[in-house]
Structures are given as C-alpha cells and as structure tokens.
Design a protein around this ligand. Structure first.
Ligand code: PEP
Ligand code: CO
Length: 451
C-alpha cells in the first residue's frame, strides 16, 4: 500500500496532488466566493438515493440486472430545454425496456445528465489562423466561441451549471414520477427506421411484446404500470472539475460518511485516472458508487492499484470499470484487464463504453463514429467476458433523443456526406434516437439468440 492510503482524507486533500485537466482562473477571489456559495447551496441529490443506486449496482455485479448508462457527451447550458430533456429520457427509458425484454433482467437506468458540463481536452489551448486561445472545457468552465472573452474561465459558470443541473433533475424527477404513461403505446415509439432495417420485423415484434406485457400487467393489477411500480432513474457525470465536486461534498452524520451530492454516480475519465493524481485521491473518500474509464494505455499494475485505492473493502456496487478500448484493441486488452482484476481477488462491475475508442475523422472533417464499430466492440466485449466466465453488466453510450447526424451507419445508412445536415455536438458524436434504439434492439436480439 502506498502512503496516500493511510493519510487522512478530507474533501480538499486532493489539493496537495497534481490535478490534471483543471481550468486556470484569473480571479482567485471570485473563484473562492463561488465555491463558498456552492458549498452552502442545497445538494442536487441525497445520500439515500445514492445508497439505493449502490445496492442496485451490487445486484448488477452479481449478474441479476443490467446497467444502461447514457446521454450527451456534454450537456450545454443553452440546451437545458424541456423538450430536449423529455426526449433524452424517452430514448433511455425505451432502450431500457428493449433491453429488459431481451435480457430478461431489470435494467438500472443512469443518465449522463444533470451535471455533465465539464470536459477533458487533449490540449490546453487551441490555435486558429495564428491566434491561440485556451481550449473549450465545457459550459461549467468557459464557452465554445473562439474569442478571448468566451474562452476565459469564468467562475460564475460553476453556479450556472449547478443551477441547470438542478433544473434538469427537477424536471426528470417529475417526468419519472408521472411514469411516462404513454410508454406502451407503439405509436409513441418512432419506428420509421424499422422499414430500412434488416431486422425490421424483429424490432416490431419487440415493441409489440413490450406493449402486450405492459397491458397484461395493467389488467392483472388494475393499475397503470407507473402507479404500481416506480420507474427509477439516476444521474451521473464525469467528476472532472474538483473544486465543483468538493463544494458539493458533505458529511452525512446519519450514514457517518462523506458523499459527493452533485450526482449519484460520478466517474473518473480516461485522462484523469493517474494513481497518484488528485482525482483518484478525491474519489477514494466519497461513498458514492463510482466509475472509472479504462483505456488501452492503462496496464495491469495500474488497474490493480486503482482497485486497492478506490475499493479497499471490496464493497459490492462501489466500483464500475468502464472499458473503452475501441474495436482495434478490445481483443488484445480486455482479456488481460479481466485477468488482472481477477488476480486482485476483488470484484468490480464491468461496463463497456463502445464510443470513446472508436472516434475518427470523416472525409468532410467531422469527428464521427461508425455504428458498425460501436456494435462490433459491444459484441466482442460480450463474447470475451462470457468466454472468461466474467459478466459484462452494462453499457455506457453517448446518445441523444434527437434526430442529429453525428455517427454514421445504422438502419438508415447515414454516410459521411450526411454528417453536415444536423451535426450539433461541440465535442463527441452521439447516436441519434433511431441509432440508439436500434443498438438496444440488436443487443436484445443477439442475447436471445445466445440464450
Ligand atoms: C467522455 O466520456 O466523454 C470522455 C471524455 O471519455 P473518456 O474519459 O473515456 O475519454
Ligand atoms: Co465523450
């Protein structure tokens, strides 16, 4: 064990370590005022919801249920709009019903939403036409326009992000309580793409069987599904901006533990997982279930130390490893990672992010991902876990409920030439509504065939 394991933890103990990907603010006094305000404001989530999620993730880890984690690469302050949020929730709920019908297991739904405002970047600055400015780091930090004013790290944006996160989750909670009563009407599913899909009739069967099952349930219980069973939904974001996360971290006497109350499930990104870095130090002391992104650059020793540091008690549901090796490295890296974790004697929840290892640049210069590669990485991952007697318990997807054109492929066969039509992401390309639903249907179909 390293010395940092025995040094006392407190919400600011990360500050003595190197913190990657943090913005530089030019007004320290203004920043301190904002952080103090954030520390007084009410939390976005509460500890018993977090404990509830941890228990559900423990069930996933035991192979009893499945995790669906998805949402935008980055939310923006401007797009905190009712229609967009409702669509995001709709696609996630519909995907979860499709997965439930195929996998025959409960699905734990976790949105990348209500706080996904801070982004890691490959370079600290960006140069255009000979002019260099700080990189855009997400709406929690600065703005995407290429001007010195927009790119200045503005502490007030921390408050704006906190407020938008609260507004988003408030609306999500209301929608979820209302139960999305329309969920089982096939006309509520936008299945226009099915006509173009090879497996079109199988997709229609899935939707009709979901509708039939829900109708059957309602006639048996005499109650609408949403009145009889609560639909649960949890929030997650990358815990990147450590002052923001620290300000929302509270000691809960009833639980006798510290929680980061900015979200239910924060995760450490692939760029901030250094063992001796500030992010691992901060995450080690909070009691939330946490995720860590695992990329091809991380070796066995790193993985094993990470587990020792972040989940020394081997608490079920605490640690989700989200592997994102890409199609090209999955066969080489994933078996090694599974074996390295096994040698620790600890268990983790394995989740596959088939997006971040498969990013490429289109012929027209757009950052894109191919549907076929996303599907292929998922299939490889399901197969490798099964072959090694391990359980792939979840998927982590960047998606939107809207009709964007950011990833190619899918039933409509989007090509590079289509990307310019509706490319809206400031950062990574997302699956659109149809592609996301199709991906869930393909997972459901294939799992039936292998059952
Ligand atoms: C992300 O999830 O948007 C992201 C930046 O991923 P990663 O840390 O895996 O690169
Ligand atoms: Co991303």
């Amino acid at each position: 064990m390293r010395s940092t394991d025995t040094t006392p933890w407190h919400p600011a103990s990360w500050q003595s370590l190197k913190a990657a990907q943090q913005p530089v603010y030019d007004d320290a006094a203004a920043l301190s005022r904002v952080v103090a305000a954030l520390a007084r404001l009410p939390p976005i989530v509460v500890s018993w919801e977090i404990e509830n999620l941890r228990e559900r993730l423990a069930a996933v880890q035991r192979g009893e249920s499945f995790l669906l984690q998805g949402g935008d690469c980055a939310e923006t302050l401007e797009e905190c709009e009712s229609d967009r949020i409702a669509k995001q929730l709709k696609v996630l709920l519909q995907m979860s019903l499709v997965l439930l019908s195929g996998l025959k297991k409960p699905v734990v739904r976790v949105g990348r939403m209500a706080g996904q405002y801070a982004k890691p970047r490959s370079a600290d600055s960006e140069t255009r036409d000979g002019k260099t400015l700080p990189a855009y780091r997400g709406d929690l930090v600065n703005r995407p326009e290429f001007t010195p004013e927009a790119r200045r790290a503005d502490p007030q944006l921390l408050l704006r992000g906190y407020e938008r996160a609260a507004l988003t989750l408030n609306f999500v909670r209301a929608l979820v309580d209302g139960g999305f009563a329309d969920l089982h009407h096939p006309e509520y599913w936008d299945l226009g793409f099915v006509r173009h899909a090879e497996l079109g009739s199988a997709y229609e069967r899935i939707v009709h069987s979901i509708a039939d099952a829900l109708d059957f349930f309602e006639s048996m219980t005499g109650q609408a599904v949403h009145e009889a069973t609560r639909i649960d939904f949890f929030a997650s974001h990358e815990g990147l901006h450590l002052l923001y996360e620290q300000a929302q971290t509270r000691f809960i006497p009833r639980q006798n533990r510290w929680y980061d109350l900015s979200t239910h499930m924060p995760w450490i990104g692939a760029r901030t997982g250094q063992i001796d870095g500030a992010h691992v130090e901060f995450f080690r002391g909070i009691s939330n279930p946490i995720g860590v992104k695992i990329g091809a650059a991380m070796d066995d020793q790193w993985l094993q130390e990470l587990i020792a540091r972040l989940n020394p008690q081997n608490q079920p549901g605490r640690l989700t490893l989200i592997h994102r090796f890409g199609v090209k490295d999955t066969e080489r890296m994933l078996p090694r990672a599974i074996e390295a974790v096994r040698r620790t004697g600890h268990t983790v929840l394995w989740c596959c992010d088939p997006m971040h290892g498969n990013t490429e640049t289109s012929t027209g210069g757009f950052k894109t991902r191919r549907f076929e590669n996303i599907l292929k990485e998922l299939e490889l991952s399901f197969r490798i876990h099964a072959e090694l007697g391990s359980y792939l318990g979840g998927v982590h997807i960047e998606l939107t409920g809207e009709d964007v054109t950011e990833c190619t492929g899918g039933a409509r066969g989007l090509t590079d030439a289509d990307l310019k039509r509706a490319y809206r992401s400031q950062v990574d390309p997302r699956l659109n509504y149809e592609q996301a639903l199709e991906l869930a249907m393909l997972i459901a179909e294939r799992s039936k065939r292998h059952a």
